[in-house]
Design a protein around this ligand. Structure first.
Ligand SMILES: Cc1ncc(COP(=O)(O)O)c(C=O)c1O
Length: 460
């Protein structure tokens, strides 16, 4: 990275003027930023002209790569037609209507509604507020608490951050807010007891959830939120029977199921939505990222008819739904999302991701045979993780002081591969447009980086 950046360079001016998300301020001041100047398919280029394969699609989001001309043209067309209009006070425009219909059809939320916002965090917070309306209308206004899971990531606004199960999202801010509680993470690699089957593990997770509900009081709990496959917590695929068992408990206590599809949606896991991959039947779904391939800040909530009925019932005396964002249903955002979905359909995204995902998985399984530091390979579709360990047999992690995951990221970066470690789990979530050749190249650069990492760790 720009070790010797000059004060008047972009890097130097950036250090002087820009506070960055999820970045250590001191390290940033010393090292400066990676200045990304342009994109070409799955690759990005820095200000020295060096090219990188971004095997994380940015932040699990640029599913169609970094310079898709059709998305640019769709935005341009819409800017020339109607560059802004809002969706408050009975207003709409054709593209917003088209996208609402399309999302209901794709998600199978028959008779429901789509609501638009501009970020994943807002979509998740919108689901919480809708859950509160739902229970209030049904005469259960005390049902307010939300259960999320340890290691979950649901965003950065105050309630969304409270739903995160990651201490780095809480510690500076005195979060979580009261009323946001957490149950166990369904991590089959680290969470199972000795000799416990996946099914028995799922039983135990459901039993723990029930204990938590009974301890807090079922009349105090509004909703449970989960990603089908946890992305930011380390690519955690739950046991097969997990969601069925969890949902049985939630139903028993009249608790709504909120599905955070912000990473998993739009083909990422080898189905249109992650809920299909893991057998989850939610009452509401939050969509963002792949929705527009992140070419515009747009998100959506898709809600079941009963949730909409509650909003309607609450306002039957003439009040209005007291929620909304200036850019909800922004015409350019919805136009870009419609075009992105059209491209996903034309490329048969589900079939393509299954094929490319299986190829990348094969490469990673082969690497696991070569490198004893690989403890686990997991994921679905094009959302894969490699967990590295000090001892495979006992699953002993590396000493955190070694920063094994972070070191891999730095080595990979030098080798022109952008990955993303979550602790010692190396994440791979490339743009969904990857070809066989791209997948092979990601695996090659990964192998080269693992070799260097293993040498470094052996010396440490
Ligand atoms: C699963 C999940 N939910 C929610 C969010 C928050 O989305 P945003 O950053 O658009 O608010 C993210 C962001 O990475 C995410 O990964």
């Amino acid at each position: 990275m720009n070790q010797h950046f000059k004060p008047n360079s972009v890097a130097g001016r950036d250090v002087a003027s820009h506070l960055h998300s999820q970045t250590n301020p001191k390290r940033f001041e010393e090292k400066g930023p990676l200045v990304v100047t342009r994109g070409e398919g799955i690759r990005v280029f820095d200000d020295a002209g060096k090219s990188y394969i971004d095997a994380m699609a940015g932040l699990w989001c640029a599913s169609l790569g970094f310079n898709n001309a059709r998305l640019a043209a769709a935005a341009n067309r819409q800017y020339n037609e109607l560059g802004f209009y809002h969706t408050f006070f009975n207003r709409t425009h054709g593209p917003a209507t088209d996208l609402a219909e399309k999302l209901l059809a794709l998600t199978g939320m028959k008779g429901g509604k789509a609501y638009f916002a501009t970020s994943g965090s807002e979509a998740n917070e919108t689901m919480v507020k809708l859950a509160w309306v739902y229970h209030t209308v049904r005469g259960k206004p005390t049902k307010r608490k939300v259960i999320a899971r340890d290691r979950a990531f649901h965003g950065s606004t105050i309630a969304a951050a409270s739903m995160c199960g990651l201490t780095f999202m809480h510690r500076e801010f005195g979060l979580p807010l009261p009323g946001f509680i957490h149950t166990l993470c369904p991590d089959t690699y680290r969470g199972k007891l000795d000799g416990e089957s996946d099914d028995a593990f799922a039983d135990r997770l459901a039993a723990e959830l029930e204990k938590l509900i009974l301890r807090e009081g079922p009349d105090s709990i509004a909703a449970f939120i989960a990603e089908p496959i946890n992305a930011g917590g380390g690519i955690i695929v739950p046991p097969k029977s997990y969601f069925a068992k969890i949902q049985r408990v939630l139903k028993k206590y009249d608790i709504l199921c909120l599905d955070d599809e912000i990473v998993c949606g739009f083909g990422r896991t080898g189905n249109w939505f992650g809920k299909e991959t893991v057998g989850f039947t939610p009452d509401m779904m939050a969509l963002a990222k792949g929705l527009s391939s992140s070419y515009f800040p747009i998100s959506a909530v898709v809600l079941a008819p009963e949730i909409y009925d509650a909003v309607n019932e609450f306002n039957k005396q003439g009040g209005s739904f007291g929620h909304g964002f200036t850019n909800s249903g922004h015409p350019v955002g919805v136009a870009v999302a419609l075009e992105a979905i059209k491209i996903y359909e034309e490329m048969d995204v589900v079939a393509h991701v299954r094929k490319m995902g299986a190829r990348l998985r094969e490469h990673f399984d082969a690497l696991a045979k070569k490198f004893p530091i690989i403890g686990d390979v997991r994921g679905a579709g094009l959302m894969l993780g490699i967990e590295i360990v000090a001892d495979r047999e006992s699953r002993t992690p590396f000493d955190p002081a070694l920063q094994a995951g972070l070191t891999f990221d730095q080595i990979a970066y030098e080798n022109g591969l952008i990955g993303r470690c979550m602790g010692d789990t190396l994440g791979f979530s490339p743009p969904l447009i990857v070809t066989e050749k791209d997948v092979d190249e990601i695996a090659e650069r990964c192998e080269k980086s693992l070799k260097q990492l293993a040498t470094y760790l052996a010396k440490s």
